[in-house]
Design a binder for this molecule. Structure first.
Ligand code: HEM
Length: 427
């Protein structure tokens, strides 16, 4: 959606009715309306936009342009597929966790593990293995084979889809490499993405392994690392796919709008990152099972059991009640920060893509807040838990898109036109 929006607008109108910019082509449309200094500055900014190699396809220093033009589209599709698959694994992973299926496969065999038990004897063997571990012994005594097969399926499916990302990565990688499409720069970036995927597989196993000793629950710290890494992989794939979208027309925004967006996006990014980590703590400690009321907990905004652990600070990372409280408070701060940022961006007179992303961010964040509350008050049903988690990744995608847009596509120009209506600008 954003591509066409980037290249289409010729003018942008701030809320105050000022017309600020003309994205390339169209340099000079405003010249007769601007003062000489402003005109020179605006022109130089516009020239920067026209000479942007990503817009013109010229130039050699840009790593993206060294990738053959005919292959860029296919490589982008490949990167989008990896991002899409990561999103899918996140959903399956969420179902796996919420159906309490995550500890059903008690060993890690990256290659042969793809094949599930195929006959009764193999099923019995897998079940017998599972019965040796704390989850069965402490929580699931008397479980039937049918129940075991259900939880086994989700964990197995989660692992299979995760491994399929490896295939979706490697097969096109080899194809592009053999065709000579992979320059050094794109190879390095692709291998970083692959390395993150491998690290995620190891992290996933470390997380499962933490639940196979003594207590049948995984470490919530490892769960947070596993979830965060999924966001990093998704975000990096989206970023790279956006990078390879060359030939985009750069858009100009008024002086001051870019720093506002950069600072705002940085602040929202930090708060969002913390919120995801504490969300994973809530999930890992099953803190959504406590205090299923909103906005009060135990009838108060600050529950009396908030700090029952010693030392005090430990509560914020280990006490389910305090962890849930932090997730509520941080979520509220994040929501208010996004709201304030929304109005700042409106006032700054940002370009049309930023304005759309602004609306998307605020709308999705509001929806996410409501979803979080519903997830809590309905005692974390699988459906709501999964949607709440998936929505966080969608929001992250919007954020990455916008950060990329502000860094790479938007350029600043001084206000050059004092026009009250669009009609006053000559065609
Ligand atoms: C507004 C921004 C919010 C974001 C970005 C966010 C994000 C997240 C994330 C990433 C998780 C981890 C999901 C998982 O690992 O399965 C999570 C879990 C959770 N969140 Fe939020 N959340 C937000 C607001 C809220 C609010 C306002 C509430 C309720 C008052 C809430 C309640 C929960 C609950 C109960 C869980 C645990 C669900 C489970 O056990 O699967 N969230 N959140």
């Amino acid at each position: 959606m954003a591509e066409s929006a980037v290249s289409s607008p010729r003018t942008a109108q701030s809320p105050a009715g000022r017309l600020y910019f003309h994205p390339v082509p169209g340099v000079g449309r405003s010249d007769h309306l601007a003062g000489s200094t402003e005109r020179a500055e605006a022109k130089s900014a516009m020239n920067r936009t026209t000479s942007n190699p990503s817009a013109t396809g010229a130039g050699t220093g840009d790593w993206r342009l060294q990738v053959p033009e005919s292959a860029r589209g296919r490589i982008r599709t490949w990167l989008w597929s990896i991002a899409g698959m990561t999103f899918l694994v996140l959903i399956v992973g969420g179902i796996t966790r919420l159906t309490q299926s995550g500890l059903s496969i008690v060993d890690w065999d990256p290659v042969m593990g793809v094949i599930p038990p195929l006959n009764e004897a193999q099923w019995q063997e897998a079940f017998d293995r599972y019965r040796q571990f704390p989850e069965y012994q402490q929580l699931r005594r008397g479980m039937t084979m049918g129940e075991f097969q259900f939880i086994f399926f989700w964990e197995w499916f989660h692992r299979v889809v995760a491994r399929a990302i490896g295939v979706v990565f490697l097969v096109p990688f080899l194809f592009f490499w053999l065709r000579g499409h992979l320059t050094r720069a794109i190879t390095v970036r692709a291998l970083v993405l692959f390395g993150l995927g491998v690290a995620q597989g190891i992290m996933g196993w470390l997380m499962v392994a933490s639940g196979l000793v003594d207590r049948p629950t995984v470490s919530h710290y490892r769960l947070a690392a596993h979830l965060s890494l999924a966001f990093v992989i998704f975000g990096y794939a989206v970023w790279l796919a956006r990078e390879l979208k060359t030939g985009e027309t750069r858009v100009a925004v008024p002086v001051g709008a870019r720093p506002i967006m950069r600072r705002g996006l940085a602040a929202v990014g930090v708060l969002f990152g913390l919120q995801v980590v504490w969300g994973a703590f809530v999930a890992g400690l099953k803190a959504g099972a406590y205090h299923n009321t909103f906005p009060l907990m135990e009838g108060r905004l600050v529950p009396p059991t908030l700090l029952f652990m010693e030392p005090t600070l430990v509560n914020f990372v280990q006490n389910p009640i305090a962890v849930q409280w932090v997730h509520r408070v941080l979520g509220t701060i994040l929501g208010l920060a996004v709201l304030a940022f929304f109005f700042q961006v409106l006032r700054a007179g940002a370009d049309v893509v930023s304005r759309r992303l602004n609306v998307a961010l605020l709308g999705l964040m509001a929806l996410q807040y409501v979803l979080g509350v519903l997830t809590l008050i309905y005692f974390v049903p699988v459906s709501l838990g999964v949607i709440h988690q998936a929505m966080a990744m969608v929001i992250f995608g919007v954020w990455v898109w916008w950060v990329h847009h502000v860094q790479k596509v938007a350029v600043e120009v001084r206000p050059t036109i004092q026009a009250t209506t669009r009609a006053q600008v000559p065609a």
